[in-house]
Write a protein that binds this ligand. Structure first.
Ligand code: MG
Ligand code: ZN
Length: 221
């Protein structure tokens, strides 16, 4: 990629050469590795505090004994999420990303090489809490799920369009707090469908377990 200056004050990027090409190729390679081992991978994305970990804890309790599951938990520096998921009964591999605000296909590849994939049916990849850059970094997962919560306000969907255009399932979480937050879950759902008609949008309360069965069904797991 090179910077081309036109006239005095306009700078445009020459995007002939795609800097993300290698990343996308490795994502496809990750997918191939998962498929060869019969593993379905789901990327779980959303802001910090939206409910990604709480969702995985509910899934752990519900699918225990039915599927062989493991979660990869991405986090800048802590192991809080990994400990919570393990406590709920799902094996977890923690990845501390340091200063990196998203997972990429290289990091996921390293994690996959650590795992005994033949022993797994389902792999959840809890991305770093962030609704912006994970959209541009495919990991090789089969499905991408986005978790937003009503406590994040009414503009979470319209301000993060790329995230939702790439998603397969959306959770609108903490619906028990919708009235107090004066955020209408139906309006969030309309925003999602404006970007991607037909995308399944499930209203959840991941702490108490509302909507989890529907989410599991929508993910097809
Ligand atoms: Mg979490
Ligand atoms: Zn990032």
């Amino acid at each position: 990629m090179k910077v081309v200056r036109k006239e005095e004050r306009v700078v445009s990027l020459d995007m002939d050469e795609d800097p993300r090409r290698k990343d996308r190729e490795l994502a496809l390679d990750n997918r191939k590795l998962l498929d060869e081992n019969g593993v379905t991978a789901i990327d779980v994305m959303g802001s910090i505090g939206s409910g990604k970990t709480s969702f995985l804890m509910q899934v752990a309790r519900r699918l225990k004994g039915r599927s062989r599951m493991l979660a990869i938990a991405g986090d800048l520096t802590t192991t809080i999420d990994a400990e919570r998921i393990i406590e709920a009964g799902m094996e977890t591999l923690q990845i501390n990303t340091g200063r990196m605000c998203h997972l990429d296909s290289v990091i996921v590849r390293k994690a996959l090489e650590e795992l005994d994939l033949e022993e797994l049916d389902l792999l959840f990849i809890e991305n770093v809490g962030n609704l912006i850059c994970p959209a541009g970094f495919p990991l090789g997962s089969h499905k991408r799920m986005v978790v937003i919560s009503v406590t994040e306000g009414p503009f979470m969907v319209v301000k993060h369009p790329y995230m939702f255009m790439d998603a397969h399932v959306v959770l609108v979480n903490k619906v028990d707090l919708a009235e107090a937050m004066m955020v209408d879950p139906a309006a969030l759902e309309r925003d999602v469908h404006y970007l991607k008609p037909g995308l399944p949008v499930i209203r959840t309360d991941c702490v108490r377990g509302r909507g989890i069965d529907e989410a599991i069904e929508a993910l097809g797991i």
